[in-house]
Design a binder for this molecule. Structure first.
Ligand SMILES: Cc1cc2nc3c(=O)[nH]c(=O)nc-3n(C[C@H](O)[C@H](O)[C@H](O)COP(=O)(O)OP(=O)(O)OC[C@H]3O[C@@H](n4cnc5c(N)ncnc54)[C@H](O)[C@@H]3O)c2cc1C
Length: 305
């Protein structure tokens, strides 16, 4: 069986990313996790998600972009997404990755590109979530987020923190002072023990502690997990502390635990589904397999269908 770290290693192989994008047979494997190739297919998926009582967040798949023109094309894509949200009336915001906007080329370029998207979202009354990537980029991502947050409002732009990092509780306290809207997740990258808890139990304990800090802040945060234990801990804490169901939202990924997504929405909780689309699906898809290698068999079965 392929291990988590082997799958994450494969997810970072640029050659495989291009190879995979060229073959439609591979694309067929991904339909459970990827909403489509273009904005229209993602809009159709989001309409269905909205019909189940859930909101959404667009994610145009592309990361670790290495050319300025490609980074600028990503900005154009997101401006197009924001226009489509307005035109179609769907209930969705957007999630961006700074590596998609050129973080690896020049942080200033990533800031300028992200700013264009946040400015447009702000004008439209929408919201941009800055995803968190590998730990080499954590500080740069927080720095750029703080600049954006200094120029735009609490409800224009938010950030993500990962409970597997030792630094996260300090980052959460620091960001709440601004204040900032935070999506809390466990973290999806391969991180060394120098920066991240190697044991799942510690990641989970930290998740619960940071979740409690966020829910006590009076700010609207996103609790992003498919883990029933984290979800129950959140529901229990909210009930105990009198935090109302509409004071935060749960978030899950497209295609994962749809039953639980719909159940939480039916129970009156805010539920947002992260909807990835686009041709550069390979790294995202491999990270999903890494989280649950049992999904490899599910995916392979689709080949014969
Ligand atoms: C909305 C959203 C946004 C995210 N944004 C980021 C981000 O910006 N940066 C980042 O590093 N990570 C991000 N992630 C990924 C996150 O860090 C985790 O890698 C991922 O959510 C798996 O962790 P978990 O909390 O679901 O629990 P885990 O401990 O991985 O799993 C707990 C249980 O959840 C279920 N489950 C989990 N994954 C799967 C799966 N793939 N298929 C089927 N069942 C599954 C299983 O029942 C499993 O036993 C995001 C996740 C979500 C939901």
């Amino acid at each position: 069986m392929l291990t988590r770290s082997a799958l994450i290693y494969l997810s970072r192989q640029e050659g495989l990313k291009d190879f995979a994008a060229r073959f439609s047979l591979f694309r067929k494997l991904t339909t459970r996790f990827i909403a489509g190739d273009d904005i229209d297919e993602a809009v159709a998926a989001i309409r269905e998600i909205n019909a189940q009582g859930c909101s959404a967040s667009f994610d145009h798949l592309n990361e670790s972009v290495s050319g300025i023109a490609e980074a600028e094309a990503e900005v154009k894509e997101y401006l197009d997404v924001l226009a489509h949200i307005d035109e179609t009336g769907i209930n969705s915001n957007v999630s961006i990755k700074l590596s998609q906007f050129g973080l690896q080329i020049d942080p200033e370029l990533a800031y300028r590109n992200a700013r264009l998207v946040v400015e447009d979202a702000s004008r439209r009354g929408n919201f941009v979530r800055v995803d968190m990537e590998g730990s080499n980029d954590t500080q740069a991502t927080i720095d750029i987020f703080k600049r954006l947050r200094g120029e735009f409002g609490l409800n224009d732009v938010g950030i993500v923190l990962q409970s597997y990092l030792y630094r996260t509780m300090d980052d959460a306290r620091d960001l709440l002072k601004i204040p900032a809207r935070i999506r809390l997740c466990k973290g999806a990258y391969n991180e060394p023990p120098e920066v991240a808890y190697p044991e799942k139990q510690k990641v989970d304990e930290n998740y619960v502690q940071v979740m409690q800090l966020l829910l006590s802040s009076g700010i609207y945060h996103g609790i992003a997990t498919h883990d029933p234990k984290m979800i129950d801990a959140t529901k229990d804490f909210a009930q105990r502390e009198g935090v109302s169901k509409d004071a935060f939202e749960f978030q899950m990924l497209y295609g994962i635990r749809r039953d639980l997504q719909e159940q939480l929405a039916r129970d009156g909780y805010g539920m947002r589904v992260y909807v990835p689309y686009g041709k550069h699906w390979y790294p995202y898809f491999m990270r999903r397999l890494a989280e649950r290698p049992a999904n490899i068999w599910f995916v392979l079965k689709n080949l014969w269908k």
